[in-house]
Design a protein around this ligand. Structure first.
Ligand code: FAD
Ligand code: NAP
Length: 339
């Protein structure tokens, strides 16, 4: 497929909030050569290049005065296999959930808890995607990225990625690294993570005592389908706020007023609060202002009922932040990337 740049393209189909803004220029990359061509085009025409994947972690607040480059590269390959441990590599444009399913069909364990997360393989390292007690750092074997400052390719090891809760080097250095392909270490012998309450409960209710990785994936898909809005039906970007990490002292103070406060101890002594609980307790769950709202079933998810603009969603998010800061003395950080 030849590389083609289009002018004035609506980004509505390319962001899961379904916000209708225009990209000044738009192109898709189906190969590394397309990526390089897009970057050269940007330099030649003095226009910034914004790389996107599935658009499921974006908040677009205005028309994008850039060349929006959607990663559409495909390919999955086995790099090594010792009979038990396997290193598998996928191109950045591979859709995430079908990739997870592909690994499960191959009898490989490691990605099952990350089932049904929208988006692409290439974006997954950006915020070290995580769900149900697993983050990609737990199965990460490396990635190859293009340094947009020098034009050179670089291979990253786990230690070099600075992965943390919903964070990475690639997020900390915005626009510098263009992730081309990602590698994962998976296993034929399953080491399942069932510590997240609802996962074990769901398996038990299905009568499954000795789950396979595919059972875990299916259980997680069913939980997610019940709780989270499908972006194809109701625009959203998943959790809109990160779960805040706070001191044990603040948690103790808050518990005096809110004994049922949900907080999880972290290895470093901090406590992780469930942002969704704070927002729900503050009365925002199900709130709607025009077409911008807070999901009825999960207060952490902001939704677009149809024609909300990015600025209206941002305004709602800021009202929630202010209210939570006043009530609980906790600062909520937005998770989606804002443009
Ligand atoms: P995009 O939204 O297109 O881009 C996100 C950021 O990455 C942007 O800054 C973009 O510039 C950059 N980027 C994209 N591709 C590349 C690349 N190849 N190289 C360099 N930069 C790039 N997240 C979780 O962590 N856990 C969840 O459980 C989860 N559940 C979700 C559920 C729903 C219903 C939705 C809508 C979202 C959820 N998310 C979750 C958020 C989102 O799906 C993930 O963050 C996902 O990895 C984003 O992928 P994407 O391809 O859509 O990235
Ligand atoms: P949930 O199960 O209702 O739990 C609420 C919060 O409590 C979660 O955010 C989770 O933190 C935390 N939590 C629950 N059990 C925990 C445990 N045993 N140990 C430590 N922390 C625990 O959450 P949910 O909204 O339905 O989401 C389920 C999972 O999918 C979560 O892991 C969540 O992060 C992930 N998810 C992420 C997004 C996104 O866009 N980022 C969207 C949907 C779902 P953590 O979030 O830190 O895990």
């Amino acid at each position: 497929m030849s590389f083609r740049v289009q002018s004035q393209v609506s980004l509505k189909p390319f962001n899961s909030f379904g916000v209708d803004v225009q990209a000044r220029l738009f192109a898709e990359a189906h190969s590394d050569a397309d990526v390089r061509e897009a970057l050269a085009y940007g330099l030649e025409h003095d226009v910034p290049v914004l790389v996107i994947g599935g658009g499921s972690n974006l908040l677009l607040t205005a028309d994008v005065q850039a060349l929006v480059l959607r990663m559409a590269t495909r390919g999955i390959r086995l790099l090594s296999d010792d009979g038990n441990q396997v290193v598998i590599e996928a191109e950045a444009g591979e859709p995430w959930h079908p990739f997870v399913q592909h690994t499960l069909v191959q009898g490989l364990s490691g990605l099952e808890n990350l089932s049904l997360i929208p988006g692409t393989v290439g974006a997954a390292p950006m915020q070290n995607i995580g769900a149900y007690g697993v983050e990609i750092k737990d199965v990460f074997a490396g990635l190859t990225a293009l340094d947009r400052q020098t034009g050179e390719l670089r291979d990253f090891t786990l230690a070099e990625c600075n992965f943390a809760y919903r964070d990475s080097l690639f997020k900390q250095e915005p626009g510098r690294w263009l992730i081309l392909r990602v590698r994962f270490t998976l296993n034929r012998t399953a080491h399942l993570h069932l510590e997240y309450g609802p996962v074990r409960q769901r398996l038990t209710s299905l009568g499954i005592d000795h789950p396979t990785p595919t059972d875990v994936s299916q259980a997680i898909c069913s939980i997610r389908n019940e709780k989270l809005p499908d972006p194809a039906v109701l625009g959203n970007a998943g959790s809109f706020f990160k779960n805040p990490l706070v001191s044990a002292t603040l948690v103790a103070q808050l518990k005096e007023q809110y004994p049922e406060l949900v907080a999880y101890a972290q290895p470093d002594g901090q406590m992780k609060l469930a942002a969704g609980w704070l927002i729900e307790r503050a009365g925002w769950k199900g709130f709607r202002d025009g077409d911008a709202g807070v999901h009825k079933l999960q207060a952490l998810v902001l939704v677009n009922y149809g024609t909300a603009t990015g600025l209206q969603l941002l305004n709602l998010a800021q009202r929630i932040q202010k209210d939570i800061a006043e009530r609980f003395k906790v600062d909520l950080e937005m998770e989606p990337n804002r443009y």
